[in-house]
Every structure is written in C-alpha cells, then in structure tokens.
Design a protein around this ligand. Structure first.
Ligand code: DQA
Length: 140
C-alpha cells in the first residue's frame, strides 16, 4: 500500500466558498471522500494550513517516511523560498499541484519557487489535478 501525504496551503480551507468561478464549488473534504474511494489501495493523508511554518513542519514530519507528497502551496508557491528549501531538504518525492491554470492568470502567479524542487507539476485541471497527481505517484 502506498502512503501519500496531501498538503494544502493558505486559503485552500475555503474551497467551495472561495472564488468558485476559479476554484469550483466543491469543498476539499467532500472531494477527499471521492478521492479515497477512487484509490482504495492508497492511504491518503490530508493536512491544510494557512501558516508557512506549519507547512514546513509537516514537510519535515512526513518527508522521510511517506511514499510521496502532493502539495498545493497556494500563494506561498509564488513567494516561499522557505517551503522550497524544506522540499529540497527531504527525501520523499513531491508533486506540485494547482487547481487553476496559473499561467492564464496574473503574471505574479507564473513563477513558482516550488516547481524546480518538485518531481513534477500538475496545473489547471480543477480539483482533478489532485487525482492526476496520485496517478503520477502510482507510476513512480
Ligand atoms: C492555487 C493558485 C495560487 O496562485 C493561489 O494563490 C491559490 C491556489 C491553485 O490551486 O490554483 O491559493 O495554488
């Protein structure tokens, strides 16, 4: 059985309510139930925090023991050298995901500090980006 840690960053606790035109109407909790049903052979662990240091602590805690980490850094994607350094410091492969197609949006969203330290990136498929990331991890 593979163990995969999903980490969602700031404001992603508001999925379903937050800018639904961009991020959809589904809460992550509802989506997670679906995701777990789709991958009964995978142990999916979920963590969300609005705080940079807590995200770093979770990367340290799980980054040497799980099979993979899927991270949506939210806006920290575009600002956080500290999260990039945490990913650089761990041994578990990390996949970066984004719900929206950040390249179709404001230019400040076009740069990610995380991409170069991640194994790969899945961007712009709505919530389905997480499923696609799991599919990728299962091929590792
Ligand atoms: C996001 C894109 C980021 O630019 C934004 O700050 C988010 C969500 C996404 O999943 O599309 O919070 O990571």
């Amino acid at each position: 059985m593979k163990h995969i840690q999903i980490i969602n960053g700031p404001n992603l606790n508001l999925l379903g309510k937050r800018e639904p035109i961009v991020y959809g109407y589904q809460t992550f909790d509802t989506y997670l139930v679906q995701l777990k049903a789709q991958f009964p052979e995978v142990e999916l662990m979920y963590y969300q925090s609005n705080m940079e240091g807590e995200i770093i602590n979770k990367l340290h805690e799980t980054g040497f023991s799980t099979d993979a980490i899927i991270i949506n850094g939210g806006a920290y994607t575009h600002t956080s050298i500290a999260i990039a350094d945490a990913i650089r410091s761990i041994t578990v492969p990390v996949v970066e995901v984004h719900i929206s197609n950040v390249f179709k949006r404001e230019t400040f969203r076009h740069h990610s500090f995380l991409s170069e330290v991640c194994k790969g990136c899945i961007v712009g498929f709505g919530m389905d980006s997480y499923r696609l990331a799991i599919e990728a991890v299962l091929e590792f």
